[in-house]
Design a protein around this ligand. Sequence first.
Ligand SMILES: C[S@@+](CC[C@H](N)C(=O)[O-])C[C@H]1O[C@@H](n2cnc3c(N)ncnc32)[C@H](O)[C@@H]1O
Length: 373
Amino acid sequence: MAVTSTGDEQARPSAWEAAWEVLAPVTDLVTPMAVRVAATLGLTDLMAGDVVPVEELARRSGTDADALGRLLRHLVCHGVFTEREPGRFAVNKPAALLASDHPSGMREQLDLGAFGGQMDLAFTGLLHTVRTGRPAWETVFGAPFWHHLAANPQLSLSFDATMAAGADYVADAAGGYDWSGVRHVVDVGGGTGALLAEVLRAYPDIRATLVDLPETVDRGRRHLAERGLETRCEFAGQSFFDPLPAGGDVYVLRRVVHDWSDDDALLILRRCADAAGQRGRVVVIDSSGGSGADPAMFAEMNLRMLVLLGGRERTAEDYVALAAGAGLDLADVHRTPLGHVVLDLRAAGQAPQEQGGGGSAQRRAMYGSTWPQ
Ligand SMILES: C[S@@+](CC[C@H](N)C(=O)[O-])C[C@H]1O[C@@H](n2cnc3c(N)ncnc32)[C@H](O)[C@@H]1O
C-alpha cells in the first residue's frame, strides 16, 4: 500500500522528541562522560597541536581505534575537538581547555581517576542518598569518604591538590579577614597549608600551627618548606575531634564545617572554642552560604556535601545558630569578593556588640585596603 504524506507529520515532533528537547540538557549522561574520558586520556595533550589520524591517537593513548573514533565523533558533534578530514582529529578552542597546563585545572578536575572525577562518579549513588539521607560515596566506593581517601594515597594526594588549587580563591579567603594584631593562627583542617602560606607571607610576624590528618600535614610541611615558611609553623597531625593545640589567638576553619553534619560540626566548633578560650577567636570561612549567595551554587554544594560526606551547606544564620551551641557569639560576618563567607566568633559575652551593623560595613570597607600587597 502506498503511503501518502501531507508533510504535517514531519513538522510535528513526537511526544518523545518534544520531551527530550526540554530534558536532554539536564539528563544526558553520554556527553559529560565522553568529555571526562577525553580528559582522563589526555587527548588534548596527545594531539600536541597537530591533526592526528585516529589510529595514531589510539596508539598514543593506548585505546581501541574504533572506539576512540566513535568517542571523538560524538564530541565533535557537541563542539569539542574537530575532525579536519575523515578520521583525522585536532584540538579546537573548547578542547584546548582540556590541556594539562591550562590554568583552569579543568583536565585534572574531570579526570575520572583523580578526585574531581571520583567526586562526580559518587553521584551514580544519588538515588541511595535521596532514599536514605546517607552519603552515596560510601556505597559507590565501599567506604566513607575520609576512610576511602586514607586507603588510597594517590586519591588523597589529588584531593589535597584540588583543595589547594586556585591561587586567587585562596588569596580571597586569606584577604577576607583582618589578621593585623594576630600573633598565632591555628588552621584547623588546614589541608596542605595553602591559606596559611598566604597569611604568613603577608604578615611576617605571625606564627602558625597547621592541624590536619597526619599524611596531609606531612604534605603541608613540605609545601610550607618550599616557600621558606616552615620555621614559623608548628605541625599537628591529629584529628580535630581531639583537643586542639593551645596557644592560638585565632582558630580558623576554612571549608571544614560544611563537610560535617550538625552534630559533628558542633563537636569541631567546641574543640576550637575550648582551645581559643575567653580571649581567642574562632574564624569560620566557608564558600557559598548566606544571603546574596548564588542560589544555584548553594543548592548544588548542599547536595554535593550530602552525597560525598553527609555534610551540608549553611547560611550565615545557620552558622551563628550552630556556633551558639559551642558557646560562641558572632562578632562580625561578611562576604568576600569571590563569595567566601567569613564569620568572626568569640566566646559568649566576649564579642563586641555591633552598632547598627557597623562592624560588617566597616569590614567590607576595610577589605582590600588592609590586606598587604
Ligand atoms: C574540604 S578540606 C579543606 C582544607 C582547607 N581548609 C581548605 O580550605 O582548602 C577538609 C580538610 O579536613 C581534613 N580532615 C578531615 N577529617 C579530619 C579530622 N578528623 N581531623 C583533622 N582534619 C581532618 C581533611 O584532611 C581536609 O584537609
